[in-house]
Structure formats: C-alpha cells, structure tokens
Design a protein around this ligand. Structure first.
Ligand SMILES: [Zn+2]
Length: 381
C-alpha cells in the first residue's frame, strides 16, 4: 500500500509540478498527514524538492510547491544506430546535463565490438555525473529493430536489419562494458528506438491516450497509454498484396514503401544517407524543398502506404490520436498533407514535439520512468 501510494504521488509530481501537498492529497484521495509523511521520504531521498511558497502568494500558512529534484539521481541514455553511438545524461525532470556523439560504423563490426565502442561515451557521461555529484540511476539503451521483452527490464535485440544484429543480448554486452569501467549493479534497460521515442514524447507532456508513429531506421506504432505493451511490427503490415517480397516472407509490407531506405531508393537517392542526428535526412529534405518530382512521388507513395497500413490498425485498435514523430515527421508538409488527406476517418494526426534526439532522450527517460514508477525500490536499493 505504501509502495503504491509513494509511486502515485511521485507520478503526480512528475506530471503536474509544481504541485502542493494539499492538491496531491485531494487528487490521490489520501489524508494530508499521509501525503506529508510520504513526501518527506521522497525529499529525504533527493527525489523530490520543495520550492517553498509561491512568491507573492496568498497570505496565511504558505503552501510549498513540489517538483522532481533537479539535483537528484540522473540517467544515461545510449542510442545504437548504424553510423553512430549517441549518449545523453538527463536529470529526473528530463533536463539534459550532458551529451556525446561518436561516429562509428556499427553495421560493419560484430555486436560485441559495436557495444565496446560505446565505452568512451559511457565513461564521459559517468565522469560528468560524478563531477556534478550525482548518482546514476541506470543506463537505457535504444536500438533500431525488434526487441524481445517480456518485461521492460529484460530482453535482447531479436532482429535489427539496420545494425545487422540478430538475437543479441545487448544488455549483457553493455553490462560487460560497465564492469570494465568499475560500475556494478546498475539498472540497464533495452527497448526499440520507436518505443523509446514514444516514451520521451509522453514525458514531454502529451497527456491522454494516443499512439506514436515513427522511427529513425525502422517504422513502428506504439501505444502511449501508461502500462500498455505492443509487441507488433507496424512495418510488416501488408499494404500491397502483389508487392515485392519482404524478408519476413510476406509481400508488400509497409516498410518496403515507408522506411527511410525505401523512400530514399524510390527518390533516386543513396539508401544509406545516414542518421538524422548526423544530418542524414538533409538530401531528401533538400529535394522536397526544390519540389523534385521523384522525391515528392516517393514521399507521397510512403504516405499512401502508411494510410493503408492504418486501416487494419483502426479496425483493431480504434486509435483516436496518432502522434507523428521520427524520420517521417522530418519530411514536412509533403508527407504530412498527403497522409492527412488519406488518413482513415476518425483518426486525428498530431505532430511530435521532439526532434531527432527523441529516441536517445527516451532511452534515458525509461530509466527515470522506472524510478518514478517505484521510488521505494530506488530508496531501498
Ligand atoms: Zn515484412
């Protein structure tokens, strides 16, 4: 009961900061005494901070305003992409403390060597945390591809076409790097880049029930309502029954029309132009700005395929709102207007708030999310 209540208050503070103890008690249906005692524990553990009364607030007994402690624990996010390893250090409220980007051809080496190349990034981010006197709560990993996960904290990379990884225990490989740096017992989490980006978008403040459609190298559709899990692969929804064969064995999968490599190919550009974090989307965006017919046609074809893929999704899941992020979002009006025009009835399209670093931020935010979801585990650990 105490565990549940502490988590409930922590989530409310995360979503509604700054918030008073009185308001927390009202929303949670708890007594003010209970809230005060649980909040005192959170403050003691440096998870929550009391900003004091509002300046110029009403006279009488001043009410403190609570927020997640910006000097509390921090989280590291790592993104493994075909052409780089990116790292970020975020505080509890999602504010960036440091980041690092290393160009590296992960798709040209073994998974072990690829993860090994992340060691300098990890070392730098841990040094930044130590210098700032902060505890690191854990490391979150974002990879393009399918992650087989029974729970959020377990799993391996089942298949990543972009990295050439198959059945790779990325958590174990990262743990080995952490041990080599003398770091033990950290929470290491793994998720797909799409799930990470969706989580970052959720933490960036988009409330309510919605689905995130996006991806950097791949294509995914993820529900964002807290606690929901979707293991499906949106990119493999068949949209053209007589289309070309996909590696999954089906014909005409959505990914063959709407994945970055597919769009680049039909626009007459090199398939492997690089990650967005390295400016890899600029050649296509330049062609769209110049209204190059081949580029516009390729992007329209992708939008049509996504709209077709959403027809069975609407039938099964009836999503009201879809937030468009990832690489498709960077295609601007050409993609947006076409998809908007072809969208199945009853679905509203919204633009994601975050840019190319959404997955990276989300990898770290998943670690923070775990602290928020169970603060006592962090306090007792
Ligand atoms: Zn397929």
């Amino acid at each position: 009961m105490r565990r549940h209540n502490v988590a409930l208050l922590m989530e409310m503070i995360a979503r509604s900061a700054p918030i008073s103890r009185v308001e927390l008690a009202r929303r949670a249906g708890l007594t003010k005494a209970t809230v005060s005692s649980l909040v005192a524990e959170l403050i003691q553990a440096e998870l929550v901070r009391d900003l004091g009364p509002e300046p110029g607030g009403a006279p009488g007994r001043p009410a403190g305003r609570l927020m997640l402690d910006p000097y509390g624990p921090v989280a590291i996010g790592l993104q493994f992409a075909p052409d780089h390893i990116a790292g970020i250090l975020l505080d509890l409220s999602g504010r960036q403390i440091a980041r690092d980007l290393r160009r590296f051809g992960l798709d040209t080496v073994s998974p072990t060597d690829g993860v090994h190349a992340a060691r300098p990034v990890l070392r730098r981010l841990f040094d930044e945390a130590t210098t700032a006197g902060r505890l690191v709560a854990g490391v979150g990993l974002a990879v393009s591809g399918t992650v087989s996960a029974r729970s959020d904290s377990a799993g391996t990379v089942a298949y990543s076409p972009a990295l050439g990884w198959s059945e790779v225990d990325a958590r174990a490989l990262v743990n080995a790097e952490l041990h080599a740096l003398g770091l033990h017992g950290l929470d290491v989490r793994l998720d797909s880049e799409v799930a990470c980006a969706a989580h970052a978008e959720y933490r960036a403040g988009a409330g309510g029930d919605w689905y995130y459609l996006g991806g950097e190298e791949s294509l995914g559709l993820v529900p964002v309502s807290p606690g929901s899990v979707l293991a499906g692969e949106f990119g493999h929804v068949p949209v053209r029954p007589r289309g070309p064969r996909c590696f999954c064995g089906e014909r005409g999968c959505l990914r063959l029309y709407a994945e970055p490599a597919a769009i680049a190919r039909s626009a007459g550009l090199p398939e492997r132009s690089g990650s967005r974090l390295l400016g890899g989307d600029e050649p296509l965006i330049g062609q769209l700005r110049a209204a190059e017919p081949a580029a516009v046609r390729a992007v329209h074809q992708a939008a049509d395929a996504v709209a077709s893929g959403l027809v069975p999704v609407r039938a099964l899941l009836a999503p009201e709102v879809i937030v468009l992020g990832g690489r498709l979002a960077s295609l601007g009006e050409v993609f947006w207007n076409r998809l908007h025009a072809r969208l199945p009835d009853g679905i509203t399209l919204r633009q994601a708030k975050l840019g190319p670093d959404a997955a990276l931020r989300g990898a770290a935010a998943k670690v923070i999310g775990a602290v928020i979801a169970d603060p006592l585990a962090w306090i007792d650990g």
